[in-house]
Design a protein around this ligand. Structure first.
Ligand code: UT7
Length: 331
């Protein structure tokens, strides 16, 4: 049986840098609060006119370059986003159009912060079954347009941000490494602890002035509850995906965790007993870009030499749903 290999990686973020000081002029917050509670120093937010699929396209072109491939050689697109350009259709088809690829399948995955892990698992199954050979997996988000940028929304607005990451996957021989295992979970009992209520098809109409008056179109989060579950579920999932591969935690070369809050990553690192050189965090510069955090960090680690061929890579995420999961890869 063949294994799924990573042929190229890429990322793109908007040019506009939003500092903590800029946010403290827009709401009752401080650089000190944001840094100590979240680790974030700055993030990128789009300016009007920039779209998620455009960021996805820029990330894709870098990943294709690294893979030495043309867009026309792709067989399928799996696109993870919780903030699509439109309610329908999904971002996958808009990206397909931007890339100028005629009729390959393009599927959106809605698994929020865990979107990239879920998207990888779908692409991996397609590749290992032989259905498609070269698959583009993208995680991109525009969260800034769904934030309540005022004191009422400060517990969410200072965290979330915009960006995109992409990987090109293809089949390879098992002794050359590749994706080893996945661990995926969800628990809908907590759906409203991190969610966007409106627009929703259960409402007539889907979005109304009444919704907007009460802020139901904004991303809303019970931060403490999400934090409490995240620090348990991510280490649990890392242990479980490693068990499926026969490896122990000390064998991890690099852990890339969803960048939700630096404190969450630190608690997890301590729980797993990992050294600093076994983990990578970049939330300081990009904030929480939901489905894009892992592929952005992955591309940085590939290009800065933190990840080398033969390394044991584990990626893990937790977020809205709740949904969480991990992937183990022999790079
Ligand atoms: O991406 C997927 C999932 N998302 C996460 O994993 C995020 C998980 N949660 C978190 O990261 C943290 O819970 C937060 C960063 C959201 C909040 O940090 P916290 O240490 O849990 O703070 P808290 O909610 O317990 O609030 C502490 C205080 C409160 O004031 P009082 O009630 O103690 O007077 C908040 O009103 O901090 C206040 N606060 C702020 N103060 C200044 C909340 N947001 C802010 C803010 N600036 N931006």
């Amino acid at each position: 049986m063949q294994r799924t290999r990573f042929l190229g990686t890429g990322f793109a973020v908007p040019d506009r840098v939003v500092t903590n000081d800029e946010l403290s002029r827009l709401m009752d917050t401080t650089d000190e609060w944001i840094r100590t509670r979240t680790g974030i120093r700055e993030r990128r937010w789009v300016v009007e006119g920039e779209t998620g699929t455009e960021l996805g396209e820029r990330a894709t072109r870098r990943a294709l370059d690294m893979a030495g491939m043309e867009a026309g050689e792709l067989d399928a697109i799996v696109y993870a986003t919780s903030s699509p350009d439109h309610f329908a259709p999904g971002n996958g088809v808009y990206l397909q159009r931007l890339l100028g690829i005629p009729t390959i399948p393009a599927l959106d995955i809605r698994a929020q912060c865990s979107g990239f892990i879920y998207a990888l698992s779908v692409a991996d199954a397609w590749i290992r079954s032989g259905q498609y050979r070269r698959i583009l997996v993208v995680g991109s988000e525009i969260q800034s347009t769904g934030l309540e940028v005022s004191s009422a929304g400060r517990h969410v607005a200072v965290i979330f941000a915009d960006g995109a990451g992409a990987v090109v996957l293809g089949p390879g021989e098992p002794d050359h490494g590749g994706i080893l295992a996945f661990d995926l979970h969800s628990e809908g009992a907590h759906a409203e602890k991190l969610w966007v209520d409106s627009p929703g098809s259960m409402y007539h109409p889907r979005v109304s002035p009444k919704h907007m008056e009460t802020g139901r179109q904004y991303l809303e989060m019970d931060g403490r509850e999400v934090f409490r579950h995240a620090v348990v579920r991510m280490p649990e999932s890392v242990r479980s995906v490693l068990a499926a591969t026969g490896h122990a935690v000390e064998n991890i070369s690099l852990l890339l965790a969803h960048q939700a809050n630096l404190r969450i990553s630190e608690v997890m690192q301590k729980d797993l007993g990992l050294r600093d050189d076994q983990v990578y965090n970049n939330i300081m510069f990009y904030g929480n870009t939901t489905a894009a955090t892992i592929p952005i960090a992955l591309d940085e680690c590939v290009r800065n030499g933190r990840l080398k061929r033969g390394d044991l890579l584990v990626m893990t995420a937790f977020g809205s749903g709740f949904m969480w999961g991990s992937a183990a890869v022999r790079w």
